[in-house]
Write a protein that binds this ligand. Structure first.
Ligand SMILES: *[C@@H]1O[C@H](CO)[C@@H](O)[C@H](O)[C@H]1NC(C)=O
Length: 352
């Protein structure tokens, strides 16, 4: 755990995080998994000293999300936000009418409504979920712009919303407010998934317990440096994030645009040639294949809510003004930078 001001575990109190994640967890489930976590903690970590075999897999292209049809591959989530955001997730029709999602031959943009003054229930925004679901694969995200600004809580993640947390959650990009502290990559699982083992990664490990019942659902996070999110990442045209999800473990790399490996450009990505990942979640004490299943790719921009709106984040860490909901309601023009822009997404699967 690092002691960067504002990024201490204290800043993520159990109360603030207890219902944090993006689907609904019943109290019984949270309590149940806590008890299980206690039981699991008494099982000696016989494998704690080992490290999984990440020997290269042969990947072939499975799905491509790009061009003018980008959003045809996604459903629009338009129910109320399970994480208490001051946000109204709009339908596909509304999104098109408001131009909140917009795709060209080379870009796909998701943005927050920058014009409606003083919405009462929350500012319009989008949350899209891929129609395809995944158990494993190599996911290459070409990202031109990450969203940021006071009150924002953007994320790019994988989950099975109807079966959360049973089928897991992988946060590939997540940050809040100006996001200049960097990207937070995290897993959220049922009991029995721990990262207090050997890891080989460039990022900074925080909590080791991925169980949603532990530490107020802080997840087992890894922090990147300021170049991994927000202005630090967007300058120079963003770059690539790659997620490898396989039985051996889960790894995330990021590359500035000028440093994208040639095998990614060439369409034959080989993670074994990429060097140290930014985040490494090995399977040593976490059965990846059973904790992560049937997940959609999700991109959203939440506002306020249980992460961005916490006073430790919104006020103390970023000095954002007043109350988060008041700010978001009355300052539409402050959301000009609150947009995702993707060059495309490619998903590869391993040949048997
Ligand atoms: C929609 O937004 C895009 C940028 O994301 C812009 O280029 C385009 O002109 C907008 N379309 C309309 C009708 O405003």
């Amino acid at each position: 755990m690092r002691d960067t001001p504002g990024i201490t575990m204290n800043s993520r109190s159990a109360r603030s995080w207890s219902l944090r994640k993006k689907a609904i967890a019943s109290p019984e489930l949270v309590i149940g998994t806590s008890i299980l976590a206690v039981l699991f903690n008494f099982i000696p970590g016989a494998k704690a000293q080992s490290y999984p075999d990440y020997s290269p897999l042969r990947y072939q292209l499975q799905h491509t999300y790009e061009g003018a049809s980008f959003f045809d591959h996604f459903n629009y989530y338009s129910d109320s936000d399970p994480t208490d955001g001051f946000v109204t997730y709009v339908t596909k029709d509304t999104s098109q009418a408001l131009n909140l999602t917009y795709a060209t031959d080379t870009t796909a943009t998701l943005r927050v409504d920058t014009s409606t003054p003083n919405p009462s229930g929350g500012r319009n925004s989008v949350r899209v979920e891929s129609k395809n679901t995944y158990d494993s694969g190599l996911f290459v995200f070409d990202i031109i712009h990450t969203p940021y600004g006071c009150g924002t809580w953007p994320a790019l993640w994988l989950t099975d919303g109807a079966n959360w947390p049973r089928n897991g959650e992988i946060d590939i990009l997540e940050s809040h407010n100006h996001g200049s502290h960097g990207n937070e990559m995290s897993l959220h699982t049922m009991a029995g998934c721990s990262m207090d083992v050997e890891r080989r990664q460039a990022g900074t490990a925080m909590d080791g317990n991925c169980d949603i019942g532990a530490d107020g659902n802080a997840g087992c996070a890894v922090m990147g440096d300021p170049s991994t999110y927000g202005v630090g990442f967007n300058t120079g045209g963003g770059g690539v994030y790659a997620l490898e999800l396989r039985t051996a473990g889960i790894r995330i790399w990021n590359f500035a645009r000028s440093k994208i490996p040639s095998d990614i450009h060439g369409g034959s990505p080989d993670p074994s040639s990429w060097g140290l990942p930014l985040a490494d979640f090995p399977s040593t004490n976490c059965d990846v294949a059973s904790h992560f299943r049937n997940m959609n790719i999700v991109a959203n921009i939440d506002l306020c809510g249980q992460f961005a709106g916490m006073s430790s984040h919104y006020t103390q860490m970023y000095g954002c003004p007043g109350s988060c909901a008041d700010f978001v309601a009355s300052n539409p023009s402050q959301f000009e930078d609150a947009y995702w822009q993707f060059g495309g997404i490619r998903v590869y699967n391993a040949s048997q």
